[in-house]
Design a protein around this ligand. Structure first.
Ligand code: PA5
Length: 441
């Protein structure tokens, strides 16, 4: 199991943390237990993914395995989760494996053009992922691909899989009308909590990852995250610590630093989850993605001596799955010799611990998540942990972690400007904005 070390957030060496230890004891965990106990009824729909039926995911993954390319069209939670699964479990995947994966999660025309140049649609399966079925970016790219398939004389039924709400949205309608293979995202599961739904599981299955192990890992972590005692429940303790660090000591930035390249995309997934769930009503915690050791040479100075507004969350790996010895060719040169005989895994682990110690010496708090290795089981644990911790933090901040009114407003303005019916008021707002006197130099 993943282990969580809270020593450097509660130990006396970190300024103000003795006070925080007392505050932790006074958190109203009874209310948090009630909230978690309500599950999907209280918005925690991702709990229901733990025992989902994956037969339709398996069937779609089998179909996808016949293609050379798998193109995913989606944005936000509909792309970040699948990408983090892919990059964690198969680093540099496209250099070594089939199908090759292309995740188009923006509407930059150059990116789509490059994907179309690289991936012949004749040999591609396109997974259109949109929980709501109405996101402009995903629908626009879907319409482009649909037309291209037609122009090439290809049958959309053979080349498309739609992942969306079981009932609502334009994509569901299209899937029904054109008899296109589709997967359902349960209505109770929000976009950024959907990684372990068909949103992420189809890509996982298509890449031949062990989907059952991902869910098994999530179930194992769930058992820990429903413990009723604060000190036995990692999600509660993580959320409680970061909540108090913000409320009592003004530390409002959560830096996530996995010491593994293959968890870089996981950091981005975390940023959406943490930022979009908690950033509401003038409160929340700002996520800050990072990667070790790379960012030791770019950001560590700021974390050590910059504004004292951060808590650094390390993800340390026990086992990198491989290791490479550092040879002794230059052992007679002082600046190199000391490295000889050690290994890269040893060096990266040492640097992680050294950063932890350095921060603590400087009174800067950190939490360390120890991950035995990056495989399906532990990724399932990691995803579920952060989802449960996000829900708990939202509850402590007194905001709804499951909605995103700010994102919706941006979407509505776009609809109005692009001419969607029912959003005329937003179009008017936009023209007024464009007429404003501007300061441009
Ligand atoms: O978390 C959310 O609900 C959002 O950020 C969505 O993931 C994002 O807006 C994409 O939405 P959809 O999957 O409906 O296209």
């Amino acid at each position: 199991m993943i282990r969580f070390d809270f020593t450097n957030i509660t130990s006396e060496s970190v300024d103000s943390s003795r006070l925080m230890s007392q505050e932790l004891d006074s958190l109203d965990i009874g209310q948090l237990n009630k909230f978690f106990g309500m599950g999907a009824q209280a918005g925690l729909g991702f709990f229901e993914l733990l025992d989902q039926d994956i037969s339709s995911v398996e069937a779609a993954a089998k179909k996808a395995a016949n293609f050379s390319n798998f193109i995913l069209l989606g944005i936000g939670g509909s792309a970040l989760g699948p990408r983090s699964i892919l990059e964690a479990l198969s680093p540099l995947h496209n250099n070594f494996n089939k199908p090759r994966f292309f995740i188009y999660d923006n509407i930059d025309p150059m990116t789509l053009q490059k994907i179309l140049d690289a991936a012949d649609l004749k040999h591609s399966i396109v997974n259109v992922v949109t929980k709501s079925g109405s996101t402009a970016e995903t629908l626009a790219s879907f319409m482009i691909i649909w037309r291209k398939l037609k122009e090439l004389g290809l049958n959309p039924q053979e080349h498309l899989v739609i992942t969306t709400d079981p009932e609502k949205g334009s994509l569901r309608k299209i899937a029904r009308e054109h008899n296109i293979m589709s997967l359902s995202v349960p209505p109770s599961v929000g976009g950024r909590f959907s990684v372990l739904s068909p949103v992420g599981l189809l890509l996982a299955g298509a890449a031949s990852f062990n989907v059952k192990a991902l869910l098994e890992g999530a179930r194992q972590m769930h058992a820990a995250c429903i413990q009723r005692d604060l000190y036995k429940n990692p999600a509660y303790l993580f959320a409680g610590s970061l909540y108090l660090m913000k409320e009592k000591f003004g530390r409002s930035v959560t830096v996530l630093v996995p010491y593994a390249d293959r968890l870089k995309s996981f950091s981005e997934w975390f940023c959406q989850l943490w930022g979009e769930s908690l950033g509401k009503q003038g409160t929340g915690l700002s996520p800050y993605p990072s990667v070790g050791t790379t960012d030791q040479h770019s950001q560590l100075q700021l974390w050590m001596e910059g504004p004292n507004d951060k808590v650094v969350v390390f993800i340390a790996l026990d086992d990198y799955g491989t290791d490479i010895k550092i040879p002794d060719d230059f052992s007679d040169i002082e600046g190199l010799g000391y490295l000889a005989g050690h290994s890269l895994a040893e060096l990266i682990k040492t640097e992680q611990e050294a950063s932890e110690i350095a921060l603590t010496k400087n009174g800067r708090p950190s939490i360390t998540i120890h991950m035995p290795k990056v495989d399906e089981l532990h990724m399932g644990q990691l995803f579920h942990f952060f989802e449960a911790a996000t829900a708990a933090a939202g509850f402590l901040f007194g905001i709804n972690p499951f909605d995103q009114p700010g994102v919706e407003e941006g979407k509505n303005l776009t609809y109005g400007i692009m001419g969607k019916k029912g959003f005329e008021d937003r179009a008017a707002e936009f023209s007024a904005y464009r007429k404003k006197k501007r300061l441009v130099i």
